[in-house]
Design a protein around this ligand. Structure first.
Ligand SMILES: NC(=O)c1ccc[n+]([C@@H]2O[C@H](COP(=O)([O-])OP(=O)(O)OC[C@H]3O[C@@H](n4cnc5c(N)ncnc54)[C@H](OP(=O)(O)O)[C@@H]3O)[C@@H](O)[C@H]2O)c1
Length: 245
Protein backbone atom coordinates (compact mmCIF):
# COMPACT_ATOMS: atom_id res chain seq x y z
CA UNK A 1 0.00 0.00 0.00
CA UNK A 2 1.22 3.52 -0.81
CA UNK A 3 2.47 5.45 2.24
CA UNK A 4 0.12 8.30 3.10
CA UNK A 5 1.71 11.64 3.94
CA UNK A 6 0.03 13.71 6.65
CA UNK A 7 1.00 17.15 7.96
CA UNK A 8 -0.03 18.09 11.50
CA UNK A 9 0.26 21.73 12.57
CA UNK A 10 1.17 22.02 16.24
CA UNK A 11 2.38 18.45 16.43
CA UNK A 12 5.00 18.96 19.11
CA UNK A 13 2.89 18.34 22.24
CA UNK A 14 -0.56 17.23 23.36
CA UNK A 15 -3.17 16.10 20.85
CA UNK A 16 -1.05 16.81 17.73
CA UNK A 17 1.96 14.93 19.08
CA UNK A 18 -0.10 11.91 20.15
CA UNK A 19 -1.79 11.81 16.74
CA UNK A 20 1.63 11.94 15.05
CA UNK A 21 2.78 8.98 17.15
CA UNK A 22 -0.40 7.03 16.36
CA UNK A 23 -0.14 7.66 12.62
CA UNK A 24 3.55 6.75 12.56
CA UNK A 25 2.74 3.41 14.21
CA UNK A 26 0.31 2.79 11.35
CA UNK A 27 3.12 3.50 8.86
CA UNK A 28 2.03 6.94 7.74
CA UNK A 29 4.70 9.51 6.84
CA UNK A 30 4.16 12.37 9.27
CA UNK A 31 5.28 16.00 9.17
CA UNK A 32 4.78 18.10 12.30
CA UNK A 33 5.14 21.81 12.95
CA UNK A 34 5.57 23.96 16.04
CA UNK A 35 7.06 27.32 16.92
CA UNK A 36 9.17 26.44 19.96
CA UNK A 37 12.44 24.81 18.80
CA UNK A 38 13.05 22.89 22.04
CA UNK A 39 9.59 21.27 21.81
CA UNK A 40 10.04 20.49 18.12
CA UNK A 41 13.45 18.88 18.64
CA UNK A 42 12.27 16.70 21.51
CA UNK A 43 9.10 15.68 19.61
CA UNK A 44 11.02 14.67 16.48
CA UNK A 45 13.61 12.75 18.48
CA UNK A 46 10.86 10.84 20.31
CA UNK A 47 8.89 10.17 17.12
CA UNK A 48 11.98 8.90 15.31
CA UNK A 49 12.27 7.70 11.72
CA UNK A 50 9.58 8.73 9.28
CA UNK A 51 8.79 11.91 11.20
CA UNK A 52 9.91 15.31 9.99
CA UNK A 53 9.54 18.56 11.90
CA UNK A 54 9.54 22.15 10.72
CA UNK A 55 9.61 25.28 12.82
CA UNK A 56 6.70 27.32 11.53
CA UNK A 57 4.56 29.90 13.27
CA UNK A 58 1.05 29.33 12.03
CA UNK A 59 0.12 32.97 12.60
CA UNK A 60 2.74 34.07 10.05
CA UNK A 61 1.71 33.87 6.39
CA UNK A 62 5.39 34.03 5.43
CA UNK A 63 6.08 30.98 7.60
CA UNK A 64 3.17 29.11 6.02
CA UNK A 65 4.47 29.93 2.51
CA UNK A 66 7.93 28.64 3.45
CA UNK A 67 6.44 25.51 5.02
CA UNK A 68 4.42 24.71 1.90
CA UNK A 69 7.53 25.16 -0.25
CA UNK A 70 9.63 22.85 1.96
CA UNK A 71 6.93 20.16 2.00
CA UNK A 72 6.45 20.49 -1.77
CA UNK A 73 10.20 20.11 -2.37
CA UNK A 74 10.36 17.01 -0.19
CA UNK A 75 7.15 15.20 -1.08
CA UNK A 76 5.43 16.96 -3.99
CA UNK A 77 1.89 16.51 -2.70
CA UNK A 78 0.41 15.27 0.58
CA UNK A 79 -2.65 13.18 1.47
CA UNK A 80 -3.89 14.96 4.55
CA UNK A 81 -3.69 18.07 6.67
CA UNK A 82 -4.61 18.17 10.37
CA UNK A 83 -5.12 21.83 11.26
CA UNK A 84 -4.44 21.46 14.95
CA UNK A 85 -2.12 24.26 16.17
CA UNK A 86 -3.93 26.41 18.67
CA UNK A 87 -3.75 28.29 21.93
CA UNK A 88 -6.11 28.92 24.81
CA UNK A 89 -5.64 31.62 27.40
CA UNK A 90 -8.37 32.02 29.98
CA UNK A 91 -9.71 35.55 30.12
CA UNK A 92 -12.81 37.16 31.52
CA UNK A 93 -14.77 38.89 28.72
CA UNK A 94 -14.58 42.33 30.33
CA UNK A 95 -10.82 42.04 30.81
CA UNK A 96 -9.91 40.58 27.41
CA UNK A 97 -7.28 42.80 25.82
CA UNK A 98 -6.84 43.63 22.14
CA UNK A 99 -3.48 41.86 22.36
CA UNK A 100 -5.03 38.57 23.50
CA UNK A 101 -7.85 38.97 20.97
CA UNK A 102 -5.34 39.35 18.13
CA UNK A 103 -3.03 36.60 19.35
CA UNK A 104 -5.87 34.08 19.66
CA UNK A 105 -7.57 34.96 16.39
CA UNK A 106 -4.24 35.11 14.52
CA UNK A 107 -3.25 31.60 15.58
CA UNK A 108 -6.56 29.75 15.92
CA UNK A 109 -8.47 31.29 13.02
CA UNK A 110 -6.37 33.41 10.65
CA UNK A 111 -3.47 30.96 10.79
CA UNK A 112 -5.76 27.99 10.25
CA UNK A 113 -7.57 29.76 7.38
CA UNK A 114 -4.37 30.55 5.48
CA UNK A 115 -2.80 27.20 6.27
CA UNK A 116 -5.68 25.53 4.46
CA UNK A 117 -5.58 28.06 1.60
CA UNK A 118 -1.85 27.73 1.02
CA UNK A 119 -1.81 23.92 1.25
CA UNK A 120 -4.59 23.44 -1.31
CA UNK A 121 -2.16 23.40 -4.28
CA UNK A 122 -0.15 20.58 -2.73
CA UNK A 123 -3.05 18.42 -1.57
CA UNK A 124 -3.66 15.29 -3.59
CA UNK A 125 -6.91 14.33 -5.27
CA UNK A 126 -8.38 12.80 -3.11
CA UNK A 127 -7.21 14.24 0.20
CA UNK A 128 -8.55 15.11 3.63
CA UNK A 129 -8.43 18.26 5.73
CA UNK A 130 -9.31 17.96 9.39
CA UNK A 131 -9.99 20.99 11.59
CA UNK A 132 -9.53 20.83 15.36
CA UNK A 133 -12.18 23.02 16.97
CA UNK A 134 -13.73 22.49 20.44
CA UNK A 135 -16.97 21.85 22.32
CA UNK A 136 -16.87 25.54 23.32
CA UNK A 137 -18.49 26.25 19.93
CA UNK A 138 -21.81 24.85 21.18
CA UNK A 139 -21.48 24.84 24.99
CA UNK A 140 -20.68 28.01 26.91
CA UNK A 141 -17.78 28.14 29.34
CA UNK A 142 -16.83 31.29 31.26
CA UNK A 143 -13.51 32.99 30.42
CA UNK A 144 -13.38 31.59 26.88
CA UNK A 145 -15.02 34.31 24.75
CA UNK A 146 -12.16 34.95 22.31
CA UNK A 147 -11.17 31.29 22.16
CA UNK A 148 -14.81 30.38 21.48
CA UNK A 149 -15.05 32.98 18.71
CA UNK A 150 -11.85 31.71 17.09
CA UNK A 151 -13.05 28.09 17.07
CA UNK A 152 -16.57 29.03 15.90
CA UNK A 153 -15.05 31.00 13.03
CA UNK A 154 -12.90 28.05 12.05
CA UNK A 155 -15.82 25.65 12.19
CA UNK A 156 -17.95 28.01 10.10
CA UNK A 157 -15.71 27.81 7.03
CA UNK A 158 -15.83 24.02 6.81
CA UNK A 159 -19.11 23.93 4.85
CA UNK A 160 -17.93 26.55 2.36
CA UNK A 161 -14.60 24.81 1.82
CA UNK A 162 -16.39 21.52 1.17
CA UNK A 163 -18.26 23.21 -1.67
CA UNK A 164 -15.35 25.20 -3.10
CA UNK A 165 -12.71 22.47 -2.87
CA UNK A 166 -14.91 19.52 -3.90
CA UNK A 167 -13.77 19.64 -7.52
CA UNK A 168 -10.18 19.17 -6.35
CA UNK A 169 -11.13 16.03 -4.41
CA UNK A 170 -10.55 17.73 -1.07
CA UNK A 171 -12.90 17.04 1.81
CA UNK A 172 -13.07 18.87 5.14
CA UNK A 173 -14.21 17.45 8.48
CA UNK A 174 -13.99 18.50 12.12
CA UNK A 175 -12.94 17.04 15.45
CA UNK A 176 -14.46 18.78 18.43
CA UNK A 177 -12.70 17.69 21.62
CA UNK A 178 -13.99 18.26 25.11
CA UNK A 179 -11.60 19.11 27.93
CA UNK A 180 -8.59 16.93 27.13
CA UNK A 181 -5.58 16.57 29.41
CA UNK A 182 -2.66 18.25 27.64
CA UNK A 183 -0.05 20.99 28.16
CA UNK A 184 -2.64 23.54 26.98
CA UNK A 185 -4.03 23.86 30.51
CA UNK A 186 -0.68 24.90 32.03
CA UNK A 187 -0.17 27.46 29.24
CA UNK A 188 -3.66 28.90 29.80
CA UNK A 189 -2.73 31.14 32.71
CA UNK A 190 -4.92 29.12 35.09
CA UNK A 191 -3.46 28.25 38.51
CA UNK A 192 -2.54 24.63 39.28
CA UNK A 193 -5.45 24.53 41.69
CA UNK A 194 -7.89 25.77 39.05
CA UNK A 195 -6.57 23.19 36.56
CA UNK A 196 -6.93 20.36 39.11
CA UNK A 197 -10.47 21.49 39.91
CA UNK A 198 -11.35 21.61 36.21
CA UNK A 199 -9.95 18.15 35.51
CA UNK A 200 -11.60 16.70 38.64
CA UNK A 201 -14.94 18.28 37.74
CA UNK A 202 -14.87 16.85 34.21
CA UNK A 203 -13.78 13.42 35.46
CA UNK A 204 -16.55 13.34 38.06
CA UNK A 205 -19.34 14.53 35.76
CA UNK A 206 -18.39 12.67 32.60
CA UNK A 207 -20.27 9.50 31.62
CA UNK A 208 -16.88 7.86 31.04
CA UNK A 209 -15.78 8.78 34.58
CA UNK A 210 -12.45 10.24 33.51
CA UNK A 211 -10.93 13.03 31.53
CA UNK A 212 -10.45 12.65 27.75
CA UNK A 213 -6.85 11.88 26.78
CA UNK A 214 -5.08 12.67 23.49
CA UNK A 215 -4.89 8.88 22.94
CA UNK A 216 -8.72 8.86 22.77
CA UNK A 217 -8.58 11.41 19.95
CA UNK A 218 -5.85 9.88 17.78
CA UNK A 219 -7.84 6.93 16.29
CA UNK A 220 -10.68 9.28 15.35
CA UNK A 221 -8.24 11.67 13.70
CA UNK A 222 -6.75 8.75 11.77
CA UNK A 223 -10.21 7.66 10.62
CA UNK A 224 -11.07 11.15 9.35
CA UNK A 225 -7.74 11.51 7.55
CA UNK A 226 -7.90 8.06 5.96
CA UNK A 227 -9.84 6.74 2.97
CA UNK A 228 -12.22 5.08 5.44
CA UNK A 229 -14.00 8.44 5.74
CA UNK A 230 -13.95 9.15 2.00
CA UNK A 231 -17.65 10.08 1.77
CA UNK A 232 -17.81 12.28 4.88
CA UNK A 233 -18.13 16.04 4.38
CA UNK A 234 -18.36 18.65 7.14
CA UNK A 235 -18.82 15.83 9.65
CA UNK A 236 -18.12 16.88 13.20
CA UNK A 237 -17.07 14.23 15.69
CA UNK A 238 -17.49 15.39 19.27
CA UNK A 239 -14.86 13.69 21.42
CA UNK A 240 -15.84 14.56 24.98
CA UNK A 241 -16.81 11.29 26.67
CA UNK A 242 -20.39 12.54 26.70
CA UNK A 243 -19.83 15.54 28.99
CA UNK A 244 -22.03 17.81 26.88
CA UNK A 245 -24.97 15.38 26.65
N1 LIG B 1 -6.79 20.15 25.37
C1 LIG B 1 -8.06 20.52 25.28
O1 LIG B 1 -8.82 20.50 26.27
C2 LIG B 1 -8.64 20.90 23.94
C3 LIG B 1 -10.04 20.87 23.77
C4 LIG B 1 -10.57 21.24 22.54
C5 LIG B 1 -9.74 21.63 21.51
N2 LIG B 1 -8.39 21.65 21.70
C6 LIG B 1 -7.56 22.10 20.59
O2 LIG B 1 -6.59 21.11 20.29
C7 LIG B 1 -5.47 21.73 19.67
C8 LIG B 1 -4.21 21.18 20.30
O3 LIG B 1 -4.19 21.55 21.67
P1 LIG B 1 -3.53 20.68 22.82
O4 LIG B 1 -4.54 20.50 23.87
O5 LIG B 1 -2.86 19.50 22.26
O6 LIG B 1 -2.48 21.75 23.41
P2 LIG B 1 -0.89 21.86 23.33
O7 LIG B 1 -0.28 20.66 23.93
O8 LIG B 1 -0.60 23.19 23.92
O9 LIG B 1 -0.58 21.84 21.78
C9 LIG B 1 -0.64 22.98 20.99
C10 LIG B 1 0.27 22.77 19.80
O10 LIG B 1 0.10 23.89 18.93
C11 LIG B 1 1.35 24.48 18.71
N3 LIG B 1 1.21 25.90 18.47
C12 LIG B 1 0.63 26.85 19.24
N4 LIG B 1 0.73 28.04 18.65
C13 LIG B 1 1.38 27.85 17.48
C14 LIG B 1 1.79 28.69 16.43
N5 LIG B 1 1.55 30.01 16.46
N6 LIG B 1 2.44 28.15 15.38
C15 LIG B 1 2.70 26.83 15.33
N7 LIG B 1 2.35 25.97 16.30
C16 LIG B 1 1.69 26.49 17.36
C17 LIG B 1 2.18 24.17 19.94
O11 LIG B 1 3.55 24.27 19.61
P3 LIG B 1 4.56 25.19 20.45
O12 LIG B 1 4.78 24.46 21.75
O13 LIG B 1 5.77 25.25 19.59
O14 LIG B 1 3.87 26.51 20.66
C18 LIG B 1 1.74 22.73 20.19
O15 LIG B 1 2.42 21.86 19.34
C19 LIG B 1 -5.67 23.24 19.84
O16 LIG B 1 -6.13 23.79 18.64
C20 LIG B 1 -6.73 23.33 20.91
O17 LIG B 1 -7.49 24.51 20.82
C21 LIG B 1 -7.82 21.29 22.89
Amino acid sequence: METKIILITGGTTGIGFTCAKYLLNLKYQVIITGRVKKNLDSAVSELGNNSIGFLSDTSSLKDIDELVLKVKNLFGKIDGLFVNAGIFKASNFEETSEELFNETMNINFKGAFFTVQKFVPILKNPSSILLNTSIVVFKAFADTSVYTASKAALESISKVLNIELASKGIRVNIVSPGVTESPIQKKSGMSDEAINNLLEHFSATSPIGRIVQPTDIAPIVEFLLSDKSQVLRNEKIIIDGGTTL
